[in-house]
Design a binder for this molecule. Structure first.
Ligand code: FMN
Length: 456
């Protein structure tokens, strides 16, 4: 089923990222065919553009993987209310660093993708909500918007089409929860970023200022440009059934060449990604664990096996982590998620308890506190794993960790509850022997030393 290629990237949205001589100003973008797709799109009817996106099978690249065309279909175009488009440039999921490269290096691609998406959905006002820390990114975007406005690619009566749309950049204040789309909308309205209850507050129905709103990720909106350029059916041929296009894999951690790689969905495996692209493990080390798609996705352990029946070809496979094809369907069959493609690699020098405690500290800090299970549970997980790393744990704390996580998942307004629970729910069963070993060594006064480094 997997095409075994001499593994190579297929750069679509990252075509110009890191290209020598390519700059982020409008003249460079225009020299490379910039805004031509938008001009073509504006000759079409908005509903035809929406149909192309639906046909493409494009799924959102912000983590949840919801089909973009379907999301756009939920928008009520007859409500009489304004329809807003929001680009989610919060990019706060640990391990994820793909959107910022698009913003820094090819901002006009995003603006063109947004102007096409805004036209397709009859929006006259669009926003880019960017994480507060990305000061440079916000400046680059503001500059690019001014350049585009000067050439009438946005603003009033774009290129004499009769269509007008503004894009406004809004800087967040750096809260992870403001990446969640309804928390983001609250924040954009000037309020505390508390996620809203769905239903009724599905953004497509009741979003910004209670109006229909589309929230899409940076990469998704860039991909839209290419969907319209090639046509939905052609785009759908890239990748695998159920997961079209490319994914940007942002690999960090214990590999020789961490970085970002844009790869056609399903064209190769995690083994290919980590060995051929990333150069394999560090000298003398072996891979131990992989968090595949941003820190909130479930951890995979080297050595575990997955027996799967693939829906695309009806075949049965037995995969190790390295054999899993890089597409959302195959990764999902192994009990985790493609998420943002931000893969965190850990080798055998990693203390998995320290790693989990680190994640728990992040999610404890970032819980907005609105829902009791998340507010209390995330702090208990942080406290408990902190106790375990500082040598004060009891063996029963290991199952207790999982018990607490089980009380959080599925019991909150937004998916931050899952983000809190999934690392724990996946890591505890897979690494409990290591956790118990560490606790018992601590109890007997020994130093725990998974890496085998000389102890100081
Ligand atoms: C806690 C939390 C944080 C999130 N952070 C981001 C983020 O930084 N960027 C993003 O695009 N989506 C983020 N999402 C997902 C958004 O809620 C939403 O699904 C996404 O922006 C939709 O865009 P897409 O359909 O193009 O993927 C987050 C979700 C949760 C639950």
């Amino acid at each position: 089923m997997i095409q075994k290629l001499p593994v190579q990237e297929r750069r679509i949205v990252y075509k110009h990222v890191d290209e020598e001589g390519y700059t982020n100003d409008i003249e460079c973008y225009l020299k490379n065919g910039g805004y031509e797709v938008m001009k073509k799109a504006y000759q079409a009817q908005p509903e035809d553009l929406r149909q192309e996106v639906l046909n493409s099978g494009l799924k959102g690249r912000g983590g949840a993987g919801f089909p973009t065309g379907m999301k756009w279909k939920f928008v009520d175009h007859k409500s009489g209310k304004p329809i807003y488009l929001i680009c989610n440039a919060d990019e706060s999921e640990p391990g994820t660093f793909k959107d910022r490269q698009l913003i820094y290096q090819d901002p006009h691609q995003l603006i063109e993708g947004m102007m096409i998406s805004a036209f397709a959905n009859n929006c006259a006002q669009a926003f880019i909500y960017i994480r507060g820390e990305f000061i440079n990114g916000a400046r680059i975007l503001e500059n690019a918007i001014e350049e585009a406005r000067a050439k009438n690619f946005l603003g009033d009566d774009v290129l004499g089409s009769g269509y007008s749309c503004e894009i406004t950049v809004c800087r967040g204040a750096g809260a992870y929860i403001c990446g969640e789309e309804t928390g983001l909308i609250e924040s954009l309205e000037g309020k505390r970023g508390y996620p809203r209850v769905k239903p009724p507050y599905f953004p497509a129905v009741l979003g910004l200022y209670q109006c229909p709103t589309i929230v899409n990720n940076v990469e998704t909106l860039c991909q839209v440009k290419h969907v319209i350029d090639m046509g939905g059916d052609e785009f759908a041929k890239i990748g695998v059934k159920g997961d079209s296009g490319t994914h940007i894999w942002g690999v960090s951690g214990h590999v020789q060449r961490p970085g970002y790689y844009e790869i056609e969905a399903g064209a190769c495996t995690f083994g290919d990604l980590l060995h051929d692209f990333c150069g394999g493990p560090l000298p003398g080390r072996q891979f131990k664990a992989l968090i595949p798609g941003g820190s909130s996705t479930k951890v995979l352990k080297w050595g575990e096996k997955f027996k799967v029946k693939h829906p695309n070809d009806g075949q049965e496979y037995e995969w190790g982590v390295e054999d899993i094809p890089l597409d959302a369907i195959s990764i999902g069959l192994c009990g985790t998620f493609l998420g943002t493609g931000g893969s965190i690699v850990m080798d055998d020098s990693t203390d998995m308890l320290e790693a989990l405690a680190n994640l728990n500290a992040f999610y404890g800090h970032e819980s907005c506190g609105q829902c009791t299970p998340c507010r209390e549970g995330s702090l208990w997980l942080e406290k408990l794993s902190g106790r375990m790393t500082s040598g004060k744990a009891r063996p029963e704390d290991v199952p207790l960790l999982k018990d607490i996580a089980d009380q959080v998942a599925g019991r909150t307004i937004c998916a931050h509850g899952e983000a809190v629970a999934w690392p724990v729910q996946s890591a505890v069963p897979k690494f409990q022997d290591e956790y118990l070993d560490k606790i018992s060594k601590q109890a007997s006064g020994q130093r725990y030393n998974p890496a085998g480094y000389p102890l100081i």
